[in-house]
Write a protein that binds this ligand. Structure first.
Ligand code: FAD
Length: 316
């Protein structure tokens, strides 16, 4: 069967592996390199383009060995490196998994079987659930400044959520747009000190204790937001052309749950220090395993998971 993978066409020569890796972010790609070098046959399958959330990081300044590198570049180097070792199947979503003597993964490009599975499925953006959010998605509302920031060149934008991701988004948007503000729900700075300093030195307004209640537009595009000052209860409105929402992430752990993998209260996959789950020959790594959500940690988790898989399949 011929498949279009990224720019190139690639034949799927094989459908049975030692290890099936779901997710081509830092965790999955690192796992693939370690698994391949240990001699485990493997494949990485991703529902989107390879690179994961690293692709959305405007500028990564805390990955060892790189003073500052755009997330897109770092992700590209991860993908190129991994392609030296294994197949990365992009735009292929794993839809269901069955657990028997082998695992059977049904994707939109057919079935794959494996002796072991690694969930490196990461997280997805949480939504606010306020009026206008769904209606204006793609018409001014976005969850990715790296992807959509340039659409708002010389316009006014609002970042909702002032944690690290929101802060990074606002800092990167500042060079593109005419004005950027951050509205944060909590009554304090929610991002690292290094970002607070940058926000202040760049003159970005960081409004605390502020709850956005509605996104309003003219049917075609966003025009303004309505918001409440939580300390006084007073309501206001302000004009913006773009809204970037960074209010947290939720784990993509449903598939794991479907084969009996235990989740914690927040829905993250429970793992031990070897990245093993409660189900034999099933591992999890990176953000979906509730790890400190950083690229370097995801890469480390992936390496550990691959090593555990090798030990379970070949050294037991
Ligand atoms: P992800 O990168 O999320 O990859 C998971 C992959 O799994 C995705 O590609 C997804 O498509 C795929 N997937 C999910 N379900 C399925 C399925 N059913 N079938 C097939 N594929 C599936 N970290 C830093 O260290 N430094 C930074 O400066 C930094 N900046 C950031 C800025 C922003 C705006 C954001 C959002 C994050 C930032 N992070 C940063 C965090 C970092 O990006 C994540 O911690 C890291 O990418 C997690 O990697 P992962 O492999 O666990 O998951």
């Amino acid at each position: 069967m011929q498949l279009l993978i990224g720019e190139e066409k690639q034949e799927i020569e094989r459908r049975d592996f030692d290890l099936l890796i779901i997710g081509a972010g830092a965790a999955g790609l690192s796992a693939a390199i370690y698994a391949s070098r240990a001699g485990l046959s493997n494949i990485v399958i991703d529902g989107s383009v390879a690179g994961g959330l690293t692709l959305e990081a405007p500028l990564v300044e805390n990955y060892l060995g790189f003073t500052a590198i755009p997330g897109t570049e770092l992700a590209k180097s991860f993908v190129e490196h991994t392609r030296n070792y294994t197949t990365i199947l992009e735009n292929t979503r794993v839809i269901t998994i069955k657990k028997g003597e082998k695992f059977e993964a049904e994707t939109d490009k057919g079935k794959f079987t494996s002796r072991a599975i690694l969930f490196a499925t990461g997280t997805k953006h949480k939504h606010l659930g306020i009026p206008g959010e769904k209606e204006y998605f793609g018409k001014g509302v976005s969850y990715c400044s790296t992807c959509d920031g340039w659409l708002f060149k010389n316009r006014r934008v609002l970042v909702i959520g002032g944690g690290n991701s929101g802060a990074i988004a606002a800092i990167s948007l500042k060079n593109i747009v005419s004005e950027v503000k951050i509205f944060e729900f909590m009554p304090k700075y929610m991002c690292e000190d290094a970002y607070v300093k940058q926000i202040k030195s760049m003159g970005i307004e960081y409004r605390q204790n502020t709850q956005v209640t509605e996104i309003v537009g003219d049917g075609k595009s966003v025009k303004m937001v309505k918001y409440k000052d939580r300390s006084t209860g007073k309501e206001y409105q302000e004009n913006f052309d773009g809204i970037f929402i960074y209010v947290g992430l939720s784990p993509q752990s449903e598939l794991a749950k479907s084969i009996g993998v235990e989740l914690d209260q927040r829905g993250y996959i429970k793992v031990d220090r070897s990245m093993r789950t409660n189900v034999e020959r099933v591992y999890a790594a990176g953000d979906v395993a509730g790890s400190f959500a950083q690229i370097i940690v995801a890469a480390s988790d992936g390496a550990i998971a691959a090593d555990s898989c090798y030990r379970d399949l070949y050294l037991k």
